[in-house]
Design a binder for this molecule. Sequence first.
Ligand code: GLA
Length: 389
Amino acid sequence: MDIISFFEQIFKCKPTVKARAPGRVNLLGEHVDYNQGVVLPAAIDRQVSLAAAPTDDGLVTLNALDLQHQVAFRLSDLDRKIDVSGQPLPGWANYPAGVAWALQEAGLVLTGMNGVYSSDIPIGAGLSSSAAVEVAFATCWQALSGWKIDKLTLAQYCQRAENEYVGVSSGLMDQFASACGQEGHVLSFDTRSLEWSPLKLPAGTVIVIADSGIRRSLTKSGYNDRRAACEQAVVILKNYLPDIKSLRDVTSVELAAYSTLLPDEIEKRAEHVVKEIHRVEQAIIALQRGDACMFGGFMFASHKSLRELYEVSLPELDHLVEIARTLPGIYGARLTGAGFGGCTVNLVNERHVSTFMQRLSEGYRQVTGRNASVYLCQASRGAEARREI
Ligand code: GLA
């Protein structure tokens, strides 16, 4: 059943707003957004869809159609993370509740909501299913409540929800891409200055996503540990480089000079970040020249670094990258998102794409015994809401 019919069935009226927010794939610049680097994500053609109507009693009643689960909570009781009967909110409800909390913390007045949502973004696959939920709800509340904020600010409130309400210290990339995505474009987003611009992929290339089928949970994974390691590296390096504010300010030469002063693990994490930030700078030049081979080379180098230095890959992701490397039409492949499972992103010559997708699936099945879902991905528009009535 679709969200509109389901909404009408349980709430006995029509929704007044329909909102959508896409997931994202990151082409390059992994684990650099919380180190103030530049990232290169694109919003994808998979999304969260939400149908909603306002209520006047401050009550939010939500249905997660895919989970067949309903929750009700009060906008006046968000701090306690409980539902109307005093029970802790179920995990999935922390995302919309966190968004409401962050918007209210910012001084915005929210109306209660009856809502039904559903998503075709696989959960825990590194395609930002949770950021899409956050951005869809923020966009919907904006349409229901009658105030207007710019997309980047909206993304920042969603990030605050994720950091402070859900408890994952994520950067701003995912919420940014979901809010600001542009059709047919990769976004170059400077997470320090918050400036961004759309860039075209090299002519004749397409993005292919390969889902390893391995799922991860960001809260349980080592994501927060990785972020802490980067912060620790900055604290130690500041003794020698007092002007640095983040790893963005450290050059490869400086890192090499002071590397023996860092504990081994922290040194590896910092080396990935410093070199990845540099790779993105060079890769933007490759995109501007339309040089797919050069851009792809940086993607392979990024994967190697995520595997060996940042240690967030898994054998299944490595297999997907290594199989892709042998196939006609491939320019570059790497894991995308936080890692620890999920997907690889591949830049492929469009003339070879169907054979590429078929042979990647077959190769993966032969090596791992698992089925990968491999699909073509279109860079899409960011979140939007439409009044239905
Ligand atoms: C997750 C986080 C992002 C980013 C990536 C890694 O998707 O939500 O902020 O840090 O991991 O690049």
